[in-house]
Design a protein around this ligand. Structure first.
Ligand code: EPZ
Length: 429
């Protein structure tokens, strides 16, 4: 397995270009099967989750042509397979979006029950409740979810929980249902809006995406389309928080500032200078960081995916901060590793008390998942000394060119195999 070797005490500085949104891409790719015409997708991030998703599409019979690092053309033609490859689907949770898109295209779908995840329990009861409201029959057998519907009929569905996944899956299924579907208490994330724009460009009639009520009038024929995926607000926020945590001076570019308002507000609360321009945000630390309370909520609240990097920033603030994770039960995988680096953090249920002012020490650490992995890399760049970070295959799933972008900002980070010691590039600051 590969590791990162990271030298600490680095102040990130310079410009970094943000890639396309992973979470928009993994929702739009399954939607491609709704048409038999050619779809061109631009600004796709070149990450493992997108590679896995495109491989799943190929196992379904979609022909794919790469037109550049971040552009592909996909032609579904007349697919017939309704069960994507088990080995590939098990690799990523978002492949459960094929339930909605294959149900819409063929009236049938078979996907494995999504595995548990390191973010705590991740039920899909809201997805299944919506599918049955639309007329689908659901059988769960041999670890598979088997859905079938002679006809999908529009329904009025009220989600008990604000769920991005359920919102996306039900938009996909309802887009081909007969008549009108109204989805209430839905997620409002920009990725939902991007999917709605993609489906509308294919001929759908979806209104209200980005609000908590979405109205969908089902259609029969979806056309091919060219679509550019929105920038990744979570990648952008990760770099904004990394710049502040390392007391650097960084401009994140090719972003939509509106999608980052919660992060901008939180950084300003800690005393960081944030300059917002039409497609870029500049971060500069001009004085000691202040403690701040950080609470995660569905969009437009502070995103749960940036809670781990946000917590790392708060370890550098002068004073006590309180972090409250309201979206997932116990999403604090990064805490034990941070404590091994000298952070003073106490977790009580959904709340973590972060005592700032502690200077972190480099250590051998393990990335438990994608976002806590990115957070630990930030901690390693702040720490005194060298850190060896294992588990970086998680990071490869969701951050395009992560180490290259960090090196471009002055970080001292190198990918090594776990067996060799690997000398650091250049001289640590
Ligand atoms: C999406 O996961 C994202 N993944 C996650 O990002 C993100 O952390 C999460 O939304 C929350 O923002 C993708 O977009 C691919 P949810 P999802 O359904 O859709 C509960 C990353 O790092 N719930 O919005 O699975 C659930 O348990 C990943 O990019 C139900 O109870 O999240 C959770 O507590 C990690 N029943 C809450 O809702 C359901 O049927 C929000 O989950 C569905 C969800």
């Amino acid at each position: 397995m590969e590791n990162y070797l990271v030298n600490g005490k680095v102040k990130l500085s310079g410009n970094v270009k943000i890639s396309g949104s992973k979470n928009a891409a993994v929702a739009i790719l399954p939607a491609v099967v709704l048409t038999s015409e050619t779809v061109a997708l631009e600004n796709l991030p070149d990450i493992n989750d997108v590679r896995t998703m495109t491989k799943i599409l190929e196992t379904l019979g979609v022909s794919i042509r790469r037109r550049g690092r971040n552009t592909i053309e996909l032609t579904p033609g007349n697919l017939a397979k309704i069960a994507p490859s088990y080995e590939l689907v098990k690799k990523m949770r978002a492949s459960y979006y094929f339930m909605g898109s294959l149900l819409a295209r063929y009236g049938r779908a078979e996907v494995p029950i999504p595995g548990g995840c390191d973010l705590g329990p991740r039920p899909i009861d809201q997805h299944l409740k919506g599918f049955s409201a639309l007329g689908a029959e659901i059988n769960i057998e041999q670890g598979m979810i088997k859905l079938s519907a002679n006809k999908l009929v529009g329904a009025h569905i009220y989600l008990d929980v604000v769920s991005i996944g359920a919102t996306i899956n039900l938009m996909l299924a309802a887009s081909a249902a007969e008549g009108r579907t109204v989805l209430e208490n839905v997620a409002k994330e920009p990725e939902i809006v991007d999917l709605a724009n993609f489906l509308n460009a294919m001929g759908s009639s979806i209104k209200g995406a980005g609000t908590d009520v979405i109205r969908i009038d089902g259609i029969k024929k979806f056309s091919g389309v060219r679509h550019t995926v929105i920038p990744d607000r979570i990648e952008a926020g990760t770099f904004m928080l990394a710049a502040a945590a390392t007391k650097g001076n960084v401009s994140v570019e090719d972003v939509i500032p509106k999608h980052l308002e919660a992060i901008t507000a939180k950084l300003r609360e800690t005393g960081v200078k944030v300059i917002v321009e039409p497609e870029k945000i500049k971060i500069e630390v001009v004085k000691p960081l202040l403690p701040s309370d950080l609470k995660t909520f569905p969009y437009p609240g502070f995103p749960t995916d940036l809670q781990p990097p946000g917590m790392v920033l708060l370890t550098a603030a002068d004073g006590l901060s309180v972090v409250t994770e309201n979206v997932f039960d116990g999403r604090y995988n990064q805490v034990d590793e941070l404590k091994r680096m000298g952070a003073r953090i106490k977790v009580e249920g959904r709340t973590a008390l972060v005592e700032g002012g502690s200077s972190l020490q480099g250590a051998p650490i393990n990335a438990p998942d994608l976002r806590s992995g990115a957070a630990l890399i930030i901690a390693a760049m702040m720490a005194d000394g060298e850190s060896r970070v294992s588990g970086i295959e998680h990071i490869d799933r969701g951050y395009e060119n992560f180490e290259q972008k960090l090196v471009g900002l002055g970080a001292s980070i190198k990918r090594v195999n776990h067996i060799n010691s690997g000398q650091m590039p250049g001289n640590p600051e």
